[in-house]
Design a protein around this ligand. Structure first.
Ligand code: 1HN
Length: 377
């Protein structure tokens, strides 16, 4: 670089002095700050359901929620983010845990600034109460406990109940906006009749004359049932015209008052892949965590094959090529949470389609889990 006014020694001293004073030269560093494409350190990863279920079930013998702990949950720790000490990170923004509630147990009321969604994996007879309204949960249901709402869980059924919790832990940590408060008692006072919100909007929508449903958050629905979601997907998959090239037959859970995502910050999607369906690859800014509700197949992420079956979870990092394949004889259903609502609100969402090789990636590697105890740095 050169205007040749100062000597080399003077220039060297200039940089050294500036560094000492905690000042930087943008002419060297702009490319690190404003990269041509998204830069991240989130690696894709996959967890098998059997291991997650076993660890959660064993925790049933170790502790009891409401007595020994706030919640009984085992969470997905992305090894690539643990290297930076980011505990509880699946992606840089999203957290997922598996919660176990045994018959008769309850998890006490609290609220926090993180927003949360639940996806029911196994069992029924437990409810989540949101601001005092109970909603009973069954396999495949998606339940919102939006940021700041008081929520608790209680199990009135007879078999262990497992569900997925999805929260925006990393996002809220990055924004230094975490807040948590337990309720003064175990249960928030019950107000509306049970399942009221879901019933009110599921078979028609009504309001007392003169009253309006104002558009906004939180969504007036908080239990998005599998019965309704699967009905929509079955209807969609009746015609190949409805197929999305990247997501197969896919629906997003929405807030009926805004037409936008069900939750203000966590996006929720369910995809159906019919046997042999193989989507095209694309990539986008938003990251996601996937749960396999049903089926067998694989997802290729940046040339790496992630083989999945019922119950498994996997990480889709931001800005990573991905395509999904159903290899089984039955329909496959993939539920996922993502940070797209945040990216869209901040005007940061963009993406691109994979154009080589007829839109599908070559498989260069098959995923193997890392053993943290034998990992060398
Ligand atoms: C939470 O509130 C629940 O309410 C579960 O069941 C998991 C993980 C981190 C922060 C809050 C729940 C959570 C959580």
């Amino acid at each position: 670089m050169g205007k040749n006014v100062l000597s080399e020694a003077e220039i060297k001293k200039y940089y050294e002095d500036m560094k000492k004073d905690s000042i930087g030269p943008l002419w060297y560093d702009l490319g690190h700050m404003v990269t041509k494409e998204p830069v991240h350190d989130v690696e894709p990863y996959l967890w098998k359901w059997e291991a997650l279920r076993n660890y959660a079930l064993q925790a049933g013998d170790i502790l009891e929620p409401g007595k020994d702990a706030e919640r009984r949950v085992v969470y997905l720790q992305n090894p690539s983010l643990m290297e930076r000490g980011l505990v509880g990170y699946g992606t840089h923004t999203l957290y997922v845990g598996i919660q176990l509630l045994l018959p008769g147990e309850m998890a006490p009321s609290h609220h926090h600034s993180q927003t949360a969604v639940r996806f029911i994996i196994e069992g029924d007879g437990a409810y989540t109460a949101v601001n005092g309204e109970r909603s009973y949960m069954s396999r495949g249901d998606m339940i919102l406990t939006p940021a700041w709402t008081w929520h608790e869980h209680k199990h009135e059924g007879t078999e262990p109940m497992f569900w997925m919790d999805g929260l925006d832990v990393g996002l809220v940590r990055t924004l230094a906006a975490s807040y948590f408060e337990p309720y003064e008692g175990d249960f928030y006072p019950e107000e509306p009749p049970e399942n009221y919100s879901t019933k009110k909007l599921s078979g028609g929508a009504f309001a007392p004359i003169g009253e309006k449903q104002e558009p906004g958050y939180p969504s007036p629905i908080f239990n998005y049932t599998w019965e309704r979601a699967s009905y929509e997907l079955d209807k969609l998959s009746e015609s190949p015209d409805n197929e999305n090239p990247f997501d197969a037959y896919a629906i997003e859970y929405i807030n009926p008052t805004t037409g936008g995502p069900a939750d203000a910050r966590i996006g929720t999607m369910m995809q159906k892949l019919v046997p042999d369906q193989h989507t095209k690859a694309h990539r986008h800014v938003h990251s996601a965590i996937y749960h396999v509700l049903e089926g067998e197949g694989y997802t290729v992420i940046d040339g790496q094959k992630f083989e999945w079956s019922k119950g498994d979870f996997f990480i889709l990092p931001p800005w990573s090529w991905h395509e999904h394949v159903n290899e089984g004889a039955e329909d496959a259903y993939l539920f996922s949470i993502n940070d797209k609502p945040v990216m869209e609100k901040l005007d940061l969402e963009f993406g691109e389609t994979y154009s080589d090789n007829d839109g599908q990636q070559k498989i260069e590697k098959v995923f193997e889990p890392v053993d943290e105890t034998v990992k060398t740095k």
